[in-house]
Design a binder for this molecule. Structure first.
Ligand SMILES: NC(=O)C1=CN([C@@H]2O[C@H](COP(=O)(O)OP(=O)(O)OC[C@H]3O[C@@H](n4cnc5c(N)ncnc54)[C@H](OP(=O)(O)O)[C@@H]3O)[C@@H](O)[C@H]2O)C=CC1
Ligand SMILES: O=C1CO[C@H](CO)[C@@H](O)[C@@H]1O
Length: 305
């Protein structure tokens, strides 16, 4: 898996096409997508355009998508990946993830960014709680549907997202095909060192992919939202020393923890900036400072920020 991928959550149709093309030109080969994000059609159009013009080959790309929570029933998994493949107009993807370790009751929270489903529901914020909100499907059952996707050649590999250590081990105990990764929030405010170590130990061999690596900076200043480290004056000082930007320092630090990162941007200069992170090494003192930022404060919840 390429170490830096392009995030696409809230990258609107009309902008995401150019972002994907700019990313390919900047050297990105890894694209993080999801059915939920409602822009797979446009991402696919841009990727295929770059393939057709000969800039990249399909086999050089690493395309990721995720199974949304309304579709955890084992028999729904293959139809959902087929819908995603149809969106992309591709024969296979490289990695398919269970988006969250719990399912929603069907129809309750059908919500898709930009394209709401034509039924009565249009909210990701739960309208019910507990038994009313969650399906009874065990993610271990869902995993069987994920394995079927590999067996049918619809994805090269499968993985998890937002799973904790206990949930990972439940899947490992029961699976025939192992998850290759777990995608979770990772940024200096929440460095996840414990989970990263856990995923490496005892031949689990699970790679952590860090989402919200920049701390979802557009929410900076929102009450209760952790201050993104890229706006920390001390990080600006560190960045100056290496002639880099705060975002580049943060991404370099996260990569040094042994993870992949998937910063989102629809801004060409930032797309270029976010992959230009491999030509410097932070001094131990600077690493210590970034380590000290770990407040274990999460930016993301299922229902928004
Ligand atoms: N598995 C899961 O449950 C989840 C997965 N994800 C995935 O992870 C990706 C990344 O997370 P996301 O929540 O988007 O948050 P990020 O931490 O990637 O932050 C994105 C924000 O930062 C801005 N930005 C990008 N580059 C820079 C820069 N160099 N300097 C300053 N600001 C910058 C972007 O603005 P602009 O675009 O305007 O340039 C955007 O507002 C998502 O897009 C999605 O693919 C995210 C959340 C949950
Ligand atoms: O991928 C995702 C993007 O962010 C959303 C809201 O914070 C999450 O619910 C979702 O998992």
């Amino acid at each position: 898996m390429p170490t830096v991928g392009l995030g696409t959550y809230k990258s609107p149709p009309g902008q995401v096409e150019q972002a994907v093309k700019d990313a390919i030109d900047a050297g990105y080969r890894h694209f993080d997508c999801a059915w939920l994000y409602g822009n797979e059609v446009e991402v696919g159009n841009a990727l295929r355009e770059k393939i057709n013009e000969g800039t990249v080959k399909r086999e050089d790309l690493f395309i990721v998508s995720k199974l949304w929570n309304n579709f955890h029933a084992k028999e729904k998994v293959v139809p959902m990946i087929k819908e995603t493949l149809n969106n992309f107009q591709m024969d296979y993807i490289d990695l398919y993830l269970i988006h969250w370790p719990f399912g929603f009751k069907v129809k309750k929270y059908c919500y898709i960014i930009y394209r709401e489903l034509a039924d009565e529901t249009a909210s990701l914020v739960p309208v019910g709680e507990g038994e009313d909100a969650f399906s009874d499907t065990d993610y271990v059952e869902t995993w069987k549907g994920m394995e079927e996707c590999v067996n049918l050649g619809l994805t090269k590999s499968i993985g998890l997202s937002n799973f904790n250590a206990e949930q990972i081990d439940r899947v490992l105990k029961k699976c025939k095909i192992k998850p290759v990764c777990n995608q979770v929030e990772v940024n200096p405010n929440l460095n996840q060192k414990k989970l990263i170590d856990f995923c490496r130990q005892r031949q689990r061999d699970i790679v952590i992919v860090g989402y919200c690596p920049l701390g979802r900076s557009e929410y900076a200043g929102t009450p209760g939202f952790p201050d993104p480290t890229i706006y920390d004056p001390k990080v600006a000082e560190i960045a100056k020393k290496y002639n880099k930007t705060p975002a580049q320092v943060v991404l370099n630090y996260l990569i040094s923890l042994g993870i992949s990162v998937i910063p989102k941007s629809v801004t060409k200069s930032r797309i270029i900036e976010n992959i230009d992170v491999f030509d410097f090494k932070l001094d131990p003192g600077d690493v210590s400072y970034l380590d000290s930022c770990n407040k274990k404060s999460k930016s993301i919840t299922i229902s928004g920020i």
